[in-house]
Design a protein around this ligand. Structure first.
Ligand SMILES: N[C@@H](CCC(=O)N[C@@H](CS)C(=O)NCC(=O)O)C(=O)O
Length: 216
């Protein structure tokens, strides 16, 4: 039986789940529901008190949420010799640290973008600058520590490369490759892995329609 997952094609947090599932050959375990339809919104609100995607219903009436929890759950469904969560303690903390960094960069990029989507007279330049500063510091940290990322493929590499993909999708005006040559080289290799390329971001028609309806 397939597991219902609340997801839409432009959600960076959901994308991590899709990549980890694909890496494990588990692409077809999901039955996707977009929260951008009235039924999807009703469902996600009922099943996740935070009403955020991704949320994965793993048994009737029981959904797990937050992409970090779902990624780890999906990983447990696979052969543990291929786990993206290292067994050795210091490697595990390193991988989880990069996962937090990648997700945190996505959080900051989303907060900053929300400023752009407000009417021009309501933009809060200071707030946007502060959030984009977090993205800059994250990029500098990844460039400095690239040897660690290159060493092995973990949930940390999935989350950090996902953050870079999200910058390319939503912040193309940020030329992050400039000044981060080793990170750019690492990302160029990882982004062509079939499991990453097949789950590239796609603008969601459902979201576009929802936003258009809201502004009428
Ligand atoms: N930390 C959460 C963040 C999830 C999140 O913020 N998802 C966005 C979509 S990309 C969402 O559902 N936003 C709706 C809301 O905040 O109400 C995770 O990793 O799953």
């Amino acid at each position: 039986m397939k597991l219902k997952m609340y997801h839409d094609s432009n959600c960076p947090y959901s994308r991590k789940v899709l990549i980890i599932a694909a890496e494990h050959g588990l692409d077809d375990i999901f039955d996707f529901v977009s929260p951008f339809t009235p039924e999807g919104l009703e469902g996600i609100t009922r099943e996740n008190p935070l009403a955020k995607m991704p949320a994965l219903v793993i048994k009737p009436g029981f959904a797990i949420f937050d992409s970090r929890v779902i990624c780890r759950y999906v990983d447990t469904l696979a052969d543990q010799s291929n786990s993206f969560y290292p067994e050795e303690s210091s490697e595990l903390w390193q991988a989880l640290r990069y996962e937090a960094l990648g997700d945190g960069m996505v959080d900051a990029a989303i907060f900053a973008r929300q400023e752009l989507t407000r009417p021009a007279d309501k933009h809060m330049a200071e707030r946007m600058k502060k959030q984009l500063g977090k993205v800059d510091e994250g990029l500098a940290c990844l460039e400095r520590e690239i040897d660690m990322l290159e060493a092995s493929m973990t949930i940390g590499s999935i989350a950090t490369s996902n953050a870079l993909a999200y910058l390319d999708f939503r912040w193309p005006q940020i030329d992050w490759r400039d000044g981060h040559p080793r990170l750019a080289e690492w990302y160029a290799q990882i982004k062509v892995r079939p499991t990453f390329a097949e789950h590239d971001f796609v603008e969601s028609d459902l979201l576009v329609k929802k936003l258009a309806a809201a502004t009428q």
